[in-house]
Write a protein that binds this ligand. Structure first.
Ligand code: GRF
Length: 200
């Protein structure tokens, strides 16, 4: 009997502002290196002058720029793209905009986010980028980490899918904490996506 090739799961990445794209790159290489049937079929950026946009384009990922000045328009365009490209899951990576309840409902697919701390601690409005690591460091925490969670209309609030801790007791600055946590992020996001897609 002939073997049929596994169905490729198409996912989309959303990234806003001048994002770096390191999680996008980590997700891409995780699935490519393991030859797993998951493809970043679409990456949407809110501006083209970001490292993330260049990175995605260089990786041959279909990369589109949709300005997010008008969030309603942004969401409508993304919804259309999701449908036309048969996207099964959206992963936010460096996406700092709030998605509406209407978008989340209409998308009808899982939407995940990565947060550079152990939620529910250090989450919510204004808690992004270095602000998170500065707060963790100022509190004198010995452990930080990364969280993958489902997206709901509140910042950093949806159900937690995966969390990984990292010892930061040796860190001497918030920048060092950020470095330790980013390493954890890179190892956590792709396996969580695989889990939600049911391929792990
Ligand atoms: C990461 O720290 C992630 O946790 C947060 O935004 C940052 C994005 O970094 N949501 P990168 O663009 O993936 O390098």
């Amino acid at each position: 009997m002939e073997r049929t090739a596994p169905v490729t799961h198409k996912i989309a990445i959303l990234s806003s502002g001048k994002s770096r794209g390191s999680n996008l790159a980590a997700i891409h290489s995780y699935f490519a290196e393991r030859k797993l049937p998951v493809e970043i079929a679409l990456a949407v950026f809110t501006r083209s002058d970001s490292a993330a946009y260049d990175l995605a384009s260089n990786l041959g990922i279909c990369s589109l720029v949709i300005p997010a000045k008008d969030m309603q328009d942004f969401e409508q365009q993304v919804l259309k793209l999701i449908e036309t490209n048969s996207i099964e899951l959206i992963a936010l990576a460096g996406f700092m905009k709030q998605l509406s309840a209407i978008f989340i409902t209409q998308a009808q697919i899982p939407i995940l986010n990565i947060h550079p701390a152990l939620l529910p601690k250090y989450g919510g409005k204004g808690m992004f980028g270095m602000a998170v690591h500065e707060a963790v460091y100022a509190a004198g925490d010995k452990v930080s980490g990364a969280t993958i969670h489902r997206v709901d209309p509140l910042y950093d609030h949806g159900a937690i899918i995966a969390q990984q801790e990292v010892d930061i007791s040796e860190c001497r600055s918030p920048e060092e904490v950020a470095k330790f946590v980013l390493k954890v992020e890179h190892g956590l996001y792709a396996p969580s996506i695989a889990k939600v897609l049911g391929i792990s």
